[in-house]
Design a protein around this ligand. Structure first.
Ligand code: ZN
Length: 215
């Protein structure tokens, strides 16, 4: 547990693998018996389940993984508002698994809170090519400068979009209009509003999140 980050809210967003449920792989080793490994695998996947993080004011601000959420609870930085049915067992005791946690101290979240990065652009565009509208894995997508760099297009939230290689080749060094392509939607900065839309998408999986997200 890192003392540097007192809670799940990484205002830069770029370095946090836990943001919006994309949890880092569990580091648990594979060194026990087969049945023990099965139990471990189950625990590892449970530890990566998404947990909704609320500000002290109950405003939803982030999504983290169970593992991280439990650290925040143990540190006394947050308290559980909703619990999963399941428990995890440490050597000495059983811990209830949170589904929604709330920070005990209010944290100011800047409106424009995300670093401009490939990861965050793909997240904003939901891994969807902004020209053909198809969903791809991250490895199958590139970033396209809507106004090509060669024509003065900047690397900015407003000028970068997720794009599949096929559309990227087709577009080449042209504007979408010149290439006969149409943007699915106008690219915008990744704001708290964007985060909330994503939280709602994830939140459809968990009934316990609804009252915090759908109002
Ligand atoms: Zn495409």
């Amino acid at each position: 547990m890192s003392a540097k980050r007192p809670d799940a809210v990484d205002p830069r967003g770029s370095k946090s693998p836990e943001v919006l449920g994309a949890a880092a792989p569990d580091a648990a080793g594979i060194d026990g018996s087969r049945s023990f490994n099965t139990a471990r695998a189950r625990r590892a996947s449970l530890m990566q389940e998404p947990v909704l993080v609320l500000n002290a004011t109950f405003e939803p601000i982030n999504v983290t993984a169970v593992r991280r959420a439990m650290v925040l609870l143990l540190k006394g930085v947050a308290q559980a508002e909703e619990l999963h049915a399941s428990e995890v067992h440490s050597s000495s005791r059983a811990h209830k698994v949170p589904s929604v946690i709330r920070l005990l101290a209010y944290r100011h979240i800047p409106q424009q809170s995300r670093a401009l990065s490939r990861k965050n652009i793909l997240l904003r565009d939901r891994n969807t090519c902004q020209f053909c509208g198809r969903i791809f894995s991250s490895g199958e997508l590139t970033l396209d400068h809507v106004m090509p760099r060669s024509r003065g297009g900047r690397s900015s939230w407003e000028n970068l979009v997720a794009c599949c290689y096929r559309c990227n080749n087709q577009k080449g060094d042209r504007t979408p209009e010149e290439a006969g392509l149409k943007l699915a939607r106008r690219p915008r900065p990744f704001t708290l509003h964007t985060s909330r839309q994503l939280m709602r998408l994830i939140g459809h999986r968990d009934e316990r999140w609804r009252k915090y997200l759908f109002y």
